[in-house]
Design a protein around this ligand. Structure first.
Ligand SMILES: Nc1ncnc2c1ncn2[C@@H]1O[C@H](COP(=O)(O)OP(=O)(O)OP(=O)(O)O)[C@@H](O)[C@H]1O
Length: 261
């Protein structure tokens, strides 16, 4: 298939506004993404996932390290490298809340330089694909969070970029909408051969969507492996749980579900 995104030795630190101290958000991150792959970036809060994603889509400059997209180095030819990438960050914030669903798609299509004719066909396709046709004239601020999230992903799909970056795309969605969004993402990769990098701290989402995942902790890559290999690790692990007080019936039931043996 071939590599579409290659990341080597990324580093990024932020300066805290008040104390002027530095936070090393990304200390050493390297991984690659194959064409037609959904790659998971998994890690706890504050691990450096969003910072990594923002560097890949050109919103932040790395302090050091390399990012190449389709063989083009972002530092050397930024516009050409970024042409291949669309990103959905922080859920639905990239939408205009006072415009309708269709107006948002039209606005961003114009921004992306699509001709009116191409845009109109593409918008119809996306409205159908994302089950938003019956909401096309609804204002975005009247949509549910799940619908806003679907629209944000549809906007990212307008440009037909080969790589789509999604930061926590299912965060805060109900179970049913989370499954619907996952199904959409699977189809995008299966039918259109695009590549997706998806960040999450939810193993369930990663397990459901990704063959391979990069686990990040404290700004560094801890593991880069197939999800099935990672799950096997947990199979043979044993846990000792020390309880501070007796469990309620509900807690006991939950514990048995998580650790059936
Ligand atoms: N603008 C900023 N200024 C200062 N520190 C920041 C800034 N953005 C992020 N950080 C810090 O950098 C570290 C990595 O943050 P980042 O948002 O990349 O993590 P994350 O893995 O995406 O976390 P989450 O799952 O909570 O979104 C954290 O310690 C965070 O507090």
């Amino acid at each position: 298939m071939g590599t579409i995104v290659e990341i080597k030795g990324l580093k990024k630190r932020y300066k805290k506004r008040k104390s002027k101290e530095y936070v090393e958000a990304v200390k050493d991150i390297s991984f690659s993404v194959e064409k037609g792959e959904i790659l998971g970036l998994l890690g706890p809060n504050g691990a450096g996932k969003t910072t990594t994603i923002k560097m890949i889509c050109g919103l932040l400059y790395p302090d050091s390290g390399e990012i190449t997209v389709n063989g083009v180095d972002i530092k050397e030819n930024r516009l050409q490298a970024l042409q291949h990438i669309s990103a959905v960050l922080e859920g639905n914030r990239n939408l205009y809340w006072r415009l309708t669903v269709k107006e948002n798609l039209q606005y961003f299509a114009g921004n992306r330089g699509l001709s009116a004719k191409t845009a109109s066909g593409r918008i119809e396709e996306l409205l159908q694909q994302f089950h938003l046709k019956d909401k096309e004239n609804e204002l975005v601020n009247r949509l549910s969070r799940g619908m806003q999230q679907k629209l944000a992903i549809a906007v990212a799909m307008l440009a037909e970029s080969e790589v789509i970056l999604l930061d926590e795309p299912t965060l805060g969605l109900d179970v049913e909408t989370s499954y619907e969004v996952r199904e959409l993402l699977r189809n995008i990769v299966k039918d259109e051969g695009r590549s997706i990098i998806i960040s999450s701290h939810d193993m369930d989402v990663i397990q459901d969507l990704c063959k391979r995942t990069v686990i990040i902790n404290n700004g560094k890559v801890v593991t880069n492996d197939k999800v099935e290999n990672l799950l096997r690790l947990f199979d043979v692990r044993s846990y000792t749980i020390t309880l501070g007080s007796p469990l309620s019936a509900k807690q006991e039931e939950l514990l048995k579900q998580k650790f059936p043996y």
